[in-house]
Write a protein that binds this ligand. Sequence first.
Ligand code: DC
Length: 224
Amino acid sequence: MGFIVGIDGPAGSGKGTVTKKVANKLGLINIDTGITYRCVALKVLNQKISLKDIEKIIEVAKNAKIYIDNTPNGDNVYLDGKNVTKDIRSKEVTKIVSQVSSIKEVRFIMVDMQRKLAEGKNVIMEGRDICTYVFPNADVKIYLDANIEERAKRRYKENQEKNINMTYEEVYENIRKRDENDKSKEIGALKVAEDSIIIDTTSLNIDEVVDKIIDIITLKKAKL
Ligand code: DC
């Protein structure tokens, strides 16, 4: 068993950016589990499958060949052999991904894939249910949070940098709906694990959060 750091938190809490930085600094493999759900959502859109057609969506999840190429400049994502790095961040995918990820069977398939990706490696894995469900025995468990206005502001800015066309109001509403949906899932709901350390990032900059997490990991490693 490798060393596992789990990072959970809602959209815009800073998970993505912070996790990549910590991974680079400590030489850990970074696994963004949201990518797996985004790939299924993209396939559902491409194949024009109705969100009510649960059986077909499960079939799509079963057959999705997802490959994540971890580079220091970010992840390159391949779905069935095609580079979908940009497509999985589109407005359309972002709108339906939480709903797709609420399907129990889709979660079982994706969680299985996520556990395999981490097998025997030293990883930092980010998502919603890493510390509660995917790796309840992770060596380090962290929950990142921030108030919704700050999270919407961050995501809006990030979208502008990536040329994703969404107004601040659209981003805010999307995050609000996703929070609601992510927190009420039957399995793998977004919640704080009993033994997770909560970091409120509302008034912290990225480097301050990175330093805090590195301190927590270093302390834990010293005790092993
Ligand atoms: O982190 P993200 O915004 O890329 O995640 C996209 C969606 O996937 C999010 O709305 C909830 C879902 N998700 C999940 O249910 N469980 C995870 N471990 C990661 C993401």
